[in-house]
Design a protein around this ligand. Structure first.
Ligand code: BES
Ligand code: ZN
Length: 942
């Protein structure tokens, strides 16, 4: 130790010329033998870092300029010194760097210093390798195993409005333009902020310093070392700035770094952990941060208990940003959000907004442990990180809002949602091979419904069959064992298995073996139960049974399936299906008895029955549906509609499951039915079937509409229950769209009252999206124009969002085209919202082809100009093609693929394949089912 201090840091720039030149001569000789350029593939052409160097710490100073420079550009400057250790001999240093311009010293883009007494090799040459995003430093000698070195860089980057890396967000405050410098490093943008080993396993300690204008506040992962109110000004380059230093972070991955400079204010509470919510001053003074503040304490406590690990940091900051690509980002200690997701106004926000805030805060805080404290080694297993957070967000939110019954909603929001994608032959397994995920766009593509929703669903299933006690016990040892380190997914299975054994739980197979079937092969099974024989079987469920699955599976598309079930309302002991077929005599039913499997949909699979059992279930639904648990009422509808699409049951049987809805008042079955009918609407929107469907749905919704009218004393109040509030919205939305007259009058009147008095909006926040949409659809240019003005004026993001979606409801093509064109003008529609607007327009029958034309025309431009962080191309493709069901549309889609193969599809590559497959399936489905569907609706409305 003493020796090290004595030798101190020596920089190449400072070493004696003589030593340097001797080294050069020696190394010139070695280079000829060991020049890495001789190797067939050069290390800097590979996307993964070599295993030669490990970072230890970074000392980074950054100075974002909140005023444009003389060229009108916003920039940031910075310097970094990184300490790293050599673990395998090498003469080349690769460090990620993207879109940074590095300052040269002594003719090189970096300086290398020693931390020990050994001489440091001199730098031979340095350059930026653009495709792989490296700064390459070739040395005239070798770095020694076990030695530590220091690498220094100085750089400048653009503080662009591209929502990636260190970027700029803008907003207007009383007519004044305000700039926020903020960051989004995840997954691969830290390298756009400073040169770093930008891979999740390269954990290091970060010492961050920010320079920023007087009057602004700087935030980062660590707590500021001097409180914000006591900072002092210093002068740098003859400019007065504040220098804010932050406490060193814990060892962490680069993707979790965060930096923000703003003139925001905050609300806070100081318990064991300092909790602060940051936002625009007006939002804070209006109390919009209060709900998030009140949630955070309980949610942190919940997770501390759940994980049995204390919150690892001294503070928890959460901040709302006007421009933000994602919904939220779990930077360790400084979580960033879209404004809509963090801010809540009791007067203006809806119950949906409130729920979103609760679940998203819970999701991001869950990552503070699972993901941040313990991090998966590589992105190929990101499903475990996101799936886990997407599962436990329900538990955290439920703890904070126990009245909502929110845990049930995972079935609609995640399980049913992802079944739709995972039933395609073009789906993919949860986990990919490490070597398959290399390039940044391959990484981005992994953040899809499979990772989030299937991930959440299979973990929920696992927690259910292990029991929650065992699940959290294993989880807790996993987190304690790997704190501040990296893991692979099987590490979790290992600790869960230990907990299984410790608790004497009996499973038919080990956790690892069971989970491999769900994680390593795509798709899910449909379990068919024959209640006359007690036979069970499983089969890979594909929406289009004729589609060819090209991806082989080592498990032959068989799963180890836990089956929770009941007989005529009485819960039975869990059984397991371990192979393709089995018989369970208890599953035979006697006359009048029905069997229901996958109770509460804790299993990630669908269920089919013999026709008799289906009919007995239908009978029960029509006699007294309450005997069947509410989640399973939703399941019966969802399974039946999808089994019909896969031609496993007749479509009329599926339609029979919604007959009982005239007596149903609960949200989950209704929402499921409406979702499934949406598919019919998408398929038949240009045909005569559409009108009979409308007639039928009008008949079915009318009792629900009346029910809510009575419950709310003629719409004067709002139902008490959270789910009832959602179902009230459904009642109004569908009643209005199917032409229940009193509904249209109601919404048009409300909107008119608001137009007459824009300062007083009489519409309840829960109902606004629906009412705006219905009034704008029924209205003309005047209604749209008013909506647009209110959108531009809205100072609350959640209100702006409601108007933003409703503006796409107009039936006027000119307006829709105008609205589409605004998505390429960020002064009209923020970049973060552009994709959503295109998808909203595409969801409108009138806008569908307009949106498709728009995307085709502008693909090249959007793709090249909005490439980095601002467009979700996958979302656009999925959105504009959702109703495709004709040969002509399929040809257009294939043509589009061909024409743009040069430009590419980036993160939308898989989405495009899915769209093609879905279109083909739709074409067939319409041809085969239109008659039967039309006959059924005609019959029911006769
Ligand atoms: N880590 C993600 C955000 C993210 C995803 C950043 C992909 C970069 C690439 C974060 O934890 C997250 O999952 N956010 C979600 C919200 C969540 C509640 C589902 C999002 O942004 O949609
Ligand atoms: Zn997440």
């Amino acid at each position: 130790m003493g020796k090290r201090i004595h030798c101190s840091v020596m920089c190449v720039g400072c070493t004696l010329l003589g030593i340097a030149s001797v080294a050069t001569i020696v190394s010139l000789w070695t280079i000829q033998l060991l020049d890495p350029e001789d190797t067939p593939e050069k290390s800097w052409d590979k996307y993964r870092l070599p295993d030669t160097l490990l970072p230890d710490s970074y000392n980074v100073t950054l100075w974002p300029r909140l005023q444009p420079n003389k060229d009108g550009l916003y920039v940031f400057t910075g310097n970094s010194s990184m300490v790293f250790k050599c673990v395998r001999e090498t003469n080349v240093i690769l460090i990620h760097s993207n879109k940074l311009s590095l300052t040269k010293t002594n003719g090189h883009l970096a300086r290398l210093c020693s931390l020990g007494c050994n001489p440091v090799p001199t730098i031979w040459k340095t350059w930026l390798q653009e495709t792989t995003q490296y700064l390459v430093i070739q040395l005239n000698g070798y770095l020694q195993v076990g030695e530590s070195y220091q690498l220094q860089t100085e750089f400048e980057g653009e503080l662009a409005d591209d929502l990636a890396g260190f970027y700029r967000s803008e907003y207007d405050e009383n007519g004044e333009k305000k700039i926020v410098a903020t960051s989004q490093m995840h997954p691969t943008h830290a390298r756009k902020t400073f040169p770093c080993f930008d891979e999740p396993a390269m954990k290091a300690v970060f010492h961050i310093t920010l320079l920023h204008p007087p009057g602004t506040v700087a935030l980062s992962n660590g707590k500021e070392t001097v409180s914000h109110s006591e900072t002092k000004e210093i002068t740098v380059d003859s400019t007065a700035v504040i220098q804010t230093k932050f406490e060193p972070t814990k060892p962490m991955s680069t993707y979790l770094l965060a930096l923000v400079v703003s003139d925001y204010s905050s609300v806070s509470s100081q318990g064991e952990t300092l909790i602060r919510i940051w936002a625009r001053k007006k939002a804070i003074s209006d109390g919009h941060g209060d709900y998030a503040l009140n949630l955070t304490g309980p949610i942190l406590t919940f997770f501390e208990n759940y994980y049995n690990v204390p919150y690892p940091l001294s503070k928890s900051d959460q901040i709302a940003l006007p421009d933000f690509y994602f919904g939220a980002m779990e930077n360790w200690g400084l979580v960033t959000y879209r404004e809509t997701n963090l801010l809540y106004d009791p007067v203006i926000s809806s119950n949906e907004n409130k729920e979103r805030t609760a679940t998203i805060v819970a999701h991001e805080l869950a990552h503070m442990w699972f993901g941040n404290l313990v991090t998966l080694r590589w992105w190929n297993e990101v499903w475990l990180n996101e799936g886990f957070a997407s599962y436990v967000e329900y538990l955290g939110a439920d703890y904070a809002e126990p009245e909502w019954n929110i845990k049930d909603l995972i079935v609609l929001n995640d399980v049913h949602r992802v079944f739709a994608v995972d039933a395609l032959a073009s789906s993919h397994p949860l986990s990919s091979k490490e070597e398959e995920i290399m390039r940044p766009e391959q990484i981005s593509e992994l953040f899809d419904a499979i990772s989030y929703s299937k991930g959440a669903a299979v973990l929920r299933m696992l927690s259910d069959f292990l029991t929650e006690t065992v699940f959290v016990q294993g989880l807790s040892t996993y987190l304690n064992t790997f704190a501040y380190k990296n893991t692979v997914g099987t590490d979790l299975w290992f600790y869960l298995q230990r907990a299984v054994q410790a608790n004497g739980i009996v499973l038919p197979r080990g956790v690892h073996e069971i989970m491999d079937r769900w994680v390593l092969q795509m798709g899910f099974p449909v379990i068919t139960i024959n209640t006359s024989t007690g036979e069970l079987s499983q089969q890979h469920f594909l929406l289009d049974p004729e589609s060819v699955v090209e991806r082989p599976s080592e498990f032959k598309y068989e799963w180890i399936v836990p089956v929770n079930w009941m007989k005529s309302g009485v819960v039975q002991p869990r059984t397991w299906l371990l192979k393709k077929n089995a018989t369970n005599r208890d599953m035979k039913t006697s006359v009048g008895q029905w069997l229901l499997a996958n109770l509460n949909v804790t299993g990630y699979y669908r269920v089919n029955y013999d026709l008799d059992n289906w009919n007995r279930l239908l009978d029960q639904l029509s006699k007294d549906h309450h005997v069947i648990p509410v989640i399973n009422r939703a399941q019966i509808v969802d399974d039946a509609f999808n089994l019909a699409r896969a031609k496993m049951i007749p479509v009329s049987l599926a339609l029979n499951t919604i007959k009982y809805l005239s007596h149903e008042r609960e949200y989950m079955p209704w929402e499921t039915a409406l979702d499934n009918l949406d598919y019919f609407y998408l398929m038949f929107d240009q045909t005569a079937t559409y009108d009979i469907m409308q007639k039928y749905l009008k008949k079915q919704i009318t009792p629900l509409f009346s029910y809510f009218r009575n419950l709310t004393s003629d719409w004067m109040t709002i139902p008490a229950g959270h789910m009832d509030q959602y179902n009230q919205v459904n009642a109004i939305r569908v009643a209005c769209s199917t032409g229940v007259e009193s509904c249209q009058n109601l919404t048009t009147n409300w909107y008119q009252q608001w137009m007459d008095n824009p300062d007083h909006n009489p519409i309840h926040p829960n109902l606004r999206s629906t009412v705006y949409c219905s009034a704008i659809a029924a209205g003309k240019a005047e209604e749209w124009e008013f909506g647009w003005q209110m959108f531009k004026k809205a100072s609350i993001a959640s209100e702006a969002d409601k108007l933003m979606s409703s503006l796409a409801c107009t039936r006027d093509e000119l307006l829709l085209n105008r609205y589409l064109s605004y998505t390429l003008d960020s002064t009209k529609v923020r970049k973060q919202d552009a994709t959503s607007v295109i998808v909203y327009v595409a969801s409108n029958v009138v806008g569908q082809s307009l949106a498709w034309d728009f995307v085709r025309k502008n693909w090249r431009y959007m793709f090249t100009e909005y490439g980095v962080g601002s467009f979700s191309f996958a979302k656009i493709i999925g959105g504009v093609t959702q109703s495709f069901s004709t040969q002509h549309e399929l040809e257009q889609l294939l043509q589009f693929k061909k024409e743009n193969s040069g430009v590419g599809f980036g993160s939308a590559t898989a989405a495009l394949e899915q769209a093609i497959e879905k279109t083909q399936a739709n074409i067939k489905w319409v041809a085969e089912n239109e008659r039967e569907v039309a006959d059924w609706f005609t019959n029911e409305t006769a």
